[in-house]
Design a protein around this ligand. Structure first.
Ligand SMILES: NC(=O)c1ccc[n+]([C@@H]2O[C@H](COP(=O)([O-])OP(=O)(O)OC[C@H]3O[C@@H](n4cnc5c(N)ncnc54)[C@H](OP(=O)(O)O)[C@@H]3O)[C@@H](O)[C@H]2O)c1
Length: 264
């Protein structure tokens, strides 16, 4: 049987590295992509097993030449990509007193342009073969923009909208598109968050939910469900009520407690 190939950006830590572990266990051969080569090589060594092919490609998803080359090298080394996971992402905590367009630009470049460039590099081959599965990691933060994380929320909303439109256009080509919207997960990204994170999940459990959803062919994988439901209800509230709830999440509104936030 031909082995399936997964190409994962942001595979050096967190969700990407755990996706690599769980997909390797399911028999995928892997192309691991990120900027920190050393971490990718350590992961490849950890996952090495007889008959398992794992390749490492150092690339910055914001750099078109680098991500295009990573995709081409992976296709040459491993054959056609079956599962393309655009996972690389960054977050910032951006209080309004430090309103910082340069940092927001970096977030948009990685989370939106980086995702698009990853897809763009692989798309011609997927379309030519009329098969494949594109997966983009958005966030539950895409459902509600809130104080201090608005740049990140906006980038994840853009990613989700992008994937939703792409899904429709790719139907005639037989290419599946899945949007993943996780809540808080324990990774290096959330380690640095200075606020409390409701319903935060362990990494292995969260990635099991993602992998099960991908195997079931789901178009949307959003979890945990109670947090998704709460954000949707918040979205339906009149703006005046929404404001009251969201202002309650602002720093200084809960003396002695770190304010809660929406998912990274
Ligand atoms: N953790 C959460 O609670 C949560 C919730 C919802 C969504 N997400 C999303 O899930 C994805 C993974 O996040 P995580 O929590 O696993 O965070 P993480 O541990 O910080 O991992 C981020 C990954 O992205 C890579 N990356 C960042 N910028 C890159 C660039 N310019 N080019 C290539 N790779 C780049 C990093 O690798 P290098 O630094 O080595 O390049 C790293 O492997 C992100 O898109 C994030 O927004 C996370």
């Amino acid at each position: 049987m031909t082995q399936r190939t997964a190409f994962i950006t942001g595979a050096s830590t967190g969700i990407g590295s755990e996706l690599a572990r769980q997909l390797a266990a399911k028999g995928y051969q892997l192309a691991l992509v990120a900027r920190r080569r050393q971490l990718l090589e350590e992961l490849a060594a950890e996952l090495a097993a007889p008959g398992r092919v794992i390749k490492v490609y150092q690339a910055d998803v914001v750099n078109w030449d680098e991500i295009k080359k990573a995709v081409e090298d992976a296709q040459r080394d491993l054959g056609p990509i079956d599962l393309l996971i655009a996972n690389a992402g960054v977050s910032i905590n951006s209080p309004v007193k430090a309103y910082d367009v340069a940092r927001a630009r970096q977030v948009y470049e990685v989370n939106v342009i980086g995702l698009m460039q990853t897809i763009a590099a692989a798309l011609p081959d997927l379309i030519a073969r009329k098969r494949g599965h594109i997966v983009g990691i958005s966030s539950l933060a895409s459902y509600m923009s809130i104080p201090r994380t608005y740049a990140y929320c906006a980038s994840k909303t853009a990613a989700r909208a992008h994937l939703d439109g792409l899904r429709l256009e790719l139907i005639p080509y037989g290419i599946k598109v899945t949007t993943v919207c996780p809540g808080f997960i324990r990774t290096p990204m959330t380690e640095k968050n200075p606020f409390s994170m409701p319903m935060i999940m362990d990494l292995d459990k969260a990635v099991r939910i993602i992998v099960q959803g991908l195997e079931a062919g789901k178009e949307d994988i959003a979890f945990p469900k109670p947090l998704l439901a709460a954000l949707k209800v918040l979205g339906w509230l009149p703006r005046s009520l929404q404001k009251q709830v969201l202002r309650g999440l602002s720093p200084g509104k809960r003396p002695g407690k770190r304010p809660a936030s929406v998912p990274s």
